[in-house]
Ligand binder design. Structure first.
Ligand code: PAF
Length: 291
Protein backbone atom coordinates (compact mmCIF):
# COMPACT_ATOMS: atom_id res chain seq x y z
CA UNK A 1 0.00 0.00 0.00
CA UNK A 2 1.29 3.42 -0.90
CA UNK A 3 0.50 6.34 1.42
CA UNK A 4 0.15 9.79 -0.13
CA UNK A 5 -0.26 13.12 1.63
CA UNK A 6 0.45 15.63 -1.18
CA UNK A 7 -2.54 16.72 -3.26
CA UNK A 8 -0.45 16.93 -6.47
CA UNK A 9 1.14 13.53 -5.74
CA UNK A 10 -2.33 12.05 -5.36
CA UNK A 11 -3.49 13.44 -8.68
CA UNK A 12 -0.31 12.24 -10.42
CA UNK A 13 -0.71 8.71 -9.02
CA UNK A 14 -4.31 8.54 -10.18
CA UNK A 15 -3.53 9.96 -13.64
CA UNK A 16 -0.73 7.48 -14.12
CA UNK A 17 -2.98 4.55 -13.17
CA UNK A 18 -5.77 5.76 -15.39
CA UNK A 19 -3.46 6.43 -18.35
CA UNK A 20 -2.66 2.71 -18.24
CA UNK A 21 -6.35 2.00 -18.81
CA UNK A 22 -7.11 1.08 -15.19
CA UNK A 23 -10.14 2.33 -13.26
CA UNK A 24 -9.71 4.08 -9.91
CA UNK A 25 -12.25 3.63 -7.10
CA UNK A 26 -12.48 6.05 -4.14
CA UNK A 27 -13.76 5.40 -0.64
CA UNK A 28 -13.80 8.76 1.18
CA UNK A 29 -13.78 8.54 4.98
CA UNK A 30 -12.99 10.53 8.10
CA UNK A 31 -11.07 7.54 9.47
CA UNK A 32 -11.60 5.39 12.59
CA UNK A 33 -12.39 2.68 10.09
CA UNK A 34 -14.97 -0.01 10.78
CA UNK A 35 -16.37 -2.88 8.78
CA UNK A 36 -18.84 -0.54 7.06
CA UNK A 37 -15.96 1.41 5.49
CA UNK A 38 -14.14 -1.82 4.67
CA UNK A 39 -17.15 -3.26 2.83
CA UNK A 40 -17.04 -0.13 0.66
CA UNK A 41 -13.38 -0.94 0.00
CA UNK A 42 -14.35 -4.50 -1.00
CA UNK A 43 -16.91 -3.10 -3.39
CA UNK A 44 -14.39 -0.63 -4.83
CA UNK A 45 -11.90 -3.46 -5.31
CA UNK A 46 -14.57 -5.45 -7.16
CA UNK A 47 -15.64 -2.57 -9.41
CA UNK A 48 -12.33 -0.79 -10.07
CA UNK A 49 -8.73 -1.86 -10.69
CA UNK A 50 -7.16 0.31 -7.98
CA UNK A 51 -8.66 1.57 -4.75
CA UNK A 52 -7.92 4.85 -2.98
CA UNK A 53 -9.09 5.22 0.60
CA UNK A 54 -8.99 8.79 1.86
CA UNK A 55 -8.90 9.77 5.50
CA UNK A 56 -9.62 13.39 6.30
CA UNK A 57 -11.61 14.87 9.18
CA UNK A 58 -13.30 17.69 7.35
CA UNK A 59 -13.84 20.64 9.66
CA UNK A 60 -16.22 22.33 7.21
CA UNK A 61 -18.95 19.80 7.94
CA UNK A 62 -18.92 20.25 11.74
CA UNK A 63 -21.13 22.91 13.27
CA UNK A 64 -20.34 24.95 16.40
CA UNK A 65 -20.55 22.68 19.47
CA UNK A 66 -20.24 19.49 17.40
CA UNK A 67 -17.55 16.85 17.94
CA UNK A 68 -14.76 18.06 15.59
CA UNK A 69 -12.11 18.07 18.34
CA UNK A 70 -13.16 14.77 19.91
CA UNK A 71 -13.99 12.95 16.66
CA UNK A 72 -12.30 9.53 17.10
CA UNK A 73 -8.96 9.20 15.31
CA UNK A 74 -6.58 6.23 15.11
CA UNK A 75 -4.37 6.42 12.04
CA UNK A 76 -2.23 3.41 13.02
CA UNK A 77 -5.32 1.20 13.28
CA UNK A 78 -6.69 2.61 10.01
CA UNK A 79 -3.44 2.05 8.16
CA UNK A 80 -3.33 -1.59 9.27
CA UNK A 81 -7.02 -2.16 8.44
CA UNK A 82 -6.63 -0.63 4.97
CA UNK A 83 -3.53 -2.68 4.28
CA UNK A 84 -5.23 -5.93 5.38
CA UNK A 85 -8.11 -5.15 3.02
CA UNK A 86 -5.76 -4.64 0.08
CA UNK A 87 -6.23 -0.91 -0.38
CA UNK A 88 -3.61 0.20 -2.91
CA UNK A 89 -3.45 3.84 -1.96
CA UNK A 90 -4.11 5.52 1.37
CA UNK A 91 -4.63 9.26 0.88
CA UNK A 92 -4.18 11.29 4.07
CA UNK A 93 -4.09 14.96 3.09
CA UNK A 94 -3.24 17.37 5.87
CA UNK A 95 -5.65 20.12 6.78
CA UNK A 96 -3.27 22.95 5.77
CA UNK A 97 -2.99 21.52 2.26
CA UNK A 98 -6.73 20.99 1.92
CA UNK A 99 -7.68 24.36 3.39
CA UNK A 100 -4.74 26.78 3.12
CA UNK A 101 -7.35 29.48 3.77
CA UNK A 102 -11.02 29.19 4.64
CA UNK A 103 -12.67 28.36 1.30
CA UNK A 104 -14.70 31.34 0.18
CA UNK A 105 -16.50 29.40 -2.55
CA UNK A 106 -18.48 26.38 -1.32
CA UNK A 107 -21.12 24.06 -2.70
CA UNK A 108 -24.72 24.24 -1.54
CA UNK A 109 -26.94 21.20 -1.10
CA UNK A 110 -30.11 23.26 -1.68
CA UNK A 111 -33.49 21.60 -1.23
CA UNK A 112 -31.85 18.23 -0.54
CA UNK A 113 -30.80 19.52 2.87
CA UNK A 114 -34.21 20.90 3.87
CA UNK A 115 -35.33 17.72 5.66
CA UNK A 116 -33.95 14.79 7.67
CA UNK A 117 -30.60 15.94 9.18
CA UNK A 118 -30.46 19.27 7.34
CA UNK A 119 -32.46 21.42 9.78
CA UNK A 120 -30.50 20.19 12.84
CA UNK A 121 -27.11 20.56 11.15
CA UNK A 122 -27.12 23.83 9.20
CA UNK A 123 -24.27 23.96 6.68
CA UNK A 124 -23.28 20.33 7.29
CA UNK A 125 -24.11 19.03 3.80
CA UNK A 126 -22.56 22.10 2.16
CA UNK A 127 -19.34 21.22 4.00
CA UNK A 128 -19.61 17.58 2.91
CA UNK A 129 -20.19 18.55 -0.72
CA UNK A 130 -17.31 21.00 -0.72
CA UNK A 131 -14.80 18.43 0.54
CA UNK A 132 -16.15 15.63 -1.66
CA UNK A 133 -15.89 17.89 -4.73
CA UNK A 134 -12.28 18.66 -3.74
CA UNK A 135 -11.53 14.94 -3.29
CA UNK A 136 -13.12 14.14 -6.66
CA UNK A 137 -10.99 16.86 -8.28
CA UNK A 138 -7.80 15.63 -6.62
CA UNK A 139 -8.29 11.85 -6.97
CA UNK A 140 -10.27 11.93 -10.23
CA UNK A 141 -11.90 8.58 -9.42
CA UNK A 142 -13.94 6.65 -11.99
CA UNK A 143 -16.21 5.40 -9.21
CA UNK A 144 -16.83 6.50 -5.62
CA UNK A 145 -18.64 4.47 -2.99
CA UNK A 146 -20.82 5.85 -0.19
CA UNK A 147 -22.74 3.93 2.47
CA UNK A 148 -26.53 4.07 2.67
CA UNK A 149 -26.32 4.54 6.45
CA UNK A 150 -25.72 8.21 5.58
CA UNK A 151 -28.45 8.12 2.96
CA UNK A 152 -28.98 11.85 2.74
CA UNK A 153 -25.24 12.46 2.31
CA UNK A 154 -24.94 9.73 -0.34
CA UNK A 155 -27.93 11.02 -2.28
CA UNK A 156 -26.70 14.62 -2.14
CA UNK A 157 -23.25 13.57 -3.40
CA UNK A 158 -24.86 11.56 -6.20
CA UNK A 159 -26.89 14.58 -7.20
CA UNK A 160 -23.83 16.84 -7.06
CA UNK A 161 -21.99 14.52 -9.46
CA UNK A 162 -24.89 14.59 -11.87
CA UNK A 163 -25.78 18.30 -11.58
CA UNK A 164 -22.15 19.42 -11.92
CA UNK A 165 -21.11 16.80 -14.53
CA UNK A 166 -18.43 15.09 -12.50
CA UNK A 167 -17.28 12.10 -14.55
CA UNK A 168 -17.33 9.97 -11.37
CA UNK A 169 -19.98 7.27 -10.95
CA UNK A 170 -21.40 7.50 -7.41
CA UNK A 171 -22.53 4.17 -5.98
CA UNK A 172 -24.59 3.84 -2.80
CA UNK A 173 -23.86 0.58 -0.97
CA UNK A 174 -26.04 -1.07 1.72
CA UNK A 175 -25.76 -0.13 5.38
CA UNK A 176 -23.60 -2.54 7.36
CA UNK A 177 -25.08 -3.60 10.71
CA UNK A 178 -23.56 -5.19 13.75
CA UNK A 179 -24.91 -8.53 14.98
CA UNK A 180 -27.42 -6.64 17.18
CA UNK A 181 -28.57 -4.73 14.04
CA UNK A 182 -27.14 -1.38 15.16
CA UNK A 183 -25.74 0.35 12.05
CA UNK A 184 -21.93 0.59 12.14
CA UNK A 185 -20.67 4.11 12.74
CA UNK A 186 -17.41 5.58 14.02
CA UNK A 187 -19.52 7.46 16.59
CA UNK A 188 -20.69 4.15 18.16
CA UNK A 189 -17.34 4.31 19.97
CA UNK A 190 -18.87 7.04 22.17
CA UNK A 191 -21.70 4.78 23.44
CA UNK A 192 -21.70 3.41 27.00
CA UNK A 193 -23.21 -0.04 27.58
CA UNK A 194 -26.49 1.59 28.65
CA UNK A 195 -26.45 3.81 25.54
CA UNK A 196 -25.90 0.77 23.36
CA UNK A 197 -29.05 -0.83 24.83
CA UNK A 198 -31.00 2.24 23.72
CA UNK A 199 -29.24 2.29 20.32
CA UNK A 200 -30.62 -1.21 19.69
CA UNK A 201 -34.13 0.27 19.70
CA UNK A 202 -33.25 2.22 16.53
CA UNK A 203 -33.15 -0.67 14.00
CA UNK A 204 -36.09 -2.28 15.82
CA UNK A 205 -38.10 0.91 15.41
CA UNK A 206 -37.26 1.27 11.72
CA UNK A 207 -38.04 -2.38 11.10
CA UNK A 208 -41.40 -1.94 12.85
CA UNK A 209 -42.34 0.58 10.14
CA UNK A 210 -41.32 -1.96 7.51
CA UNK A 211 -43.45 -4.69 9.10
CA UNK A 212 -46.46 -2.37 9.34
CA UNK A 213 -45.94 -1.36 5.70
CA UNK A 214 -46.02 -5.05 4.73
CA UNK A 215 -49.50 -5.35 6.29
CA UNK A 216 -50.70 -2.78 3.73
CA UNK A 217 -50.44 0.42 5.82
CA UNK A 218 -49.00 3.20 3.64
CA UNK A 219 -50.06 6.29 5.61
CA UNK A 220 -46.81 7.95 6.70
CA UNK A 221 -48.32 9.33 9.93
CA UNK A 222 -49.09 5.76 11.03
CA UNK A 223 -45.69 4.45 10.01
CA UNK A 224 -43.87 7.28 11.78
CA UNK A 225 -46.00 6.75 14.92
CA UNK A 226 -45.01 3.07 14.84
CA UNK A 227 -41.33 4.04 14.74
CA UNK A 228 -41.74 6.46 17.65
CA UNK A 229 -43.71 3.94 19.76
CA UNK A 230 -41.25 1.15 19.10
CA UNK A 231 -38.27 3.35 19.94
CA UNK A 232 -40.02 4.25 23.22
CA UNK A 233 -38.95 6.63 25.97
CA UNK A 234 -35.54 6.36 27.58
CA UNK A 235 -33.79 8.50 30.16
CA UNK A 236 -31.05 10.52 28.48
CA UNK A 237 -32.26 9.73 24.95
CA UNK A 238 -34.53 11.56 22.55
CA UNK A 239 -35.55 11.31 18.94
CA UNK A 240 -34.45 14.32 16.91
CA UNK A 241 -36.67 13.41 13.94
CA UNK A 242 -38.47 10.48 12.32
CA UNK A 243 -39.29 11.21 8.70
CA UNK A 244 -40.29 9.42 5.52
CA UNK A 245 -38.96 10.84 2.28
CA UNK A 246 -38.82 10.23 -1.42
CA UNK A 247 -35.48 8.48 -2.14
CA UNK A 248 -34.37 10.88 -4.87
CA UNK A 249 -35.78 14.29 -3.93
CA UNK A 250 -35.55 13.64 -0.15
CA UNK A 251 -38.85 15.53 0.15
CA UNK A 252 -41.33 14.38 2.79
CA UNK A 253 -44.14 12.12 1.56
CA UNK A 254 -47.62 11.41 2.90
CA UNK A 255 -48.15 7.93 1.47
CA UNK A 256 -45.31 5.39 1.39
CA UNK A 257 -44.26 3.16 -1.47
CA UNK A 258 -41.80 0.30 -1.22
CA UNK A 259 -38.75 2.43 -2.15
CA UNK A 260 -39.53 5.22 0.34
CA UNK A 261 -36.91 5.91 2.98
CA UNK A 262 -37.77 5.98 6.65
CA UNK A 263 -34.99 7.76 8.52
CA UNK A 264 -34.38 8.94 12.05
CA UNK A 265 -31.85 10.69 14.21
CA UNK A 266 -31.66 10.11 17.95
CA UNK A 267 -29.56 11.58 20.72
CA UNK A 268 -28.41 8.72 22.90
CA UNK A 269 -26.40 9.94 25.87
CA UNK A 270 -24.26 12.64 24.27
CA UNK A 271 -24.16 10.93 20.88
CA UNK A 272 -26.23 11.71 17.82
CA UNK A 273 -27.01 8.54 15.86
CA UNK A 274 -28.70 8.31 12.48
CA UNK A 275 -30.14 5.36 10.63
CA UNK A 276 -32.62 4.61 7.86
CA UNK A 277 -34.12 1.73 5.90
CA UNK A 278 -35.94 1.36 2.62
CA UNK A 279 -39.43 0.77 3.99
CA UNK A 280 -40.12 -2.11 1.58
CA UNK A 281 -36.94 -3.92 2.71
CA UNK A 282 -36.43 -3.15 6.40
CA UNK A 283 -33.13 -4.04 8.03
CA UNK A 284 -33.03 -7.38 6.21
CA UNK A 285 -32.19 -5.40 3.05
CA UNK A 286 -28.85 -4.45 4.65
CA UNK A 287 -25.51 -6.20 5.17
CA UNK A 288 -24.57 -7.69 8.53
CA UNK A 289 -21.26 -8.27 10.23
CA UNK A 290 -20.93 -12.04 10.62
CA UNK A 291 -21.23 -12.91 14.31
O1 PAF B 1 -19.13 10.13 5.62
C1 PAF B 1 -18.03 10.67 5.90
O2 PAF B 1 -17.16 10.07 6.51
C2 PAF B 1 -17.78 12.11 5.47
O3 PAF B 1 -18.94 12.86 5.54
C3 PAF B 1 -17.11 12.23 4.09
C4 PAF B 1 -18.00 11.70 2.98
C5 PAF B 1 -15.79 11.49 4.09
C6 PAF B 1 -16.82 13.71 3.78
O4 PAF B 1 -16.01 14.28 4.75
Amino acid sequence: MIEITGLGDMRNWSREVRSGGERVGLVATMGFLHEGHLRLVDRALAEADRTVLSIFVNRLQFGPGEDLESYPRDIAHDRAAAERRQVECLFVPDAAAMYPTDPVVRLIAGSLSEHLCGPSRPGHFDGVLTVVAKLFNIVEPDIALFGRKDFQQAQIVKRMASDLNFPTEVVIAPTVRDVDSVALSSRNAYLSEADREVARRIPLALDAAHRLFLTGKTCVDDLVAEVRNTFGEHAGAALDYVEMVDPSTLAPIRMASSDSIVGLAARVGGTRLIDNVVVGDGVSGDDFVHG
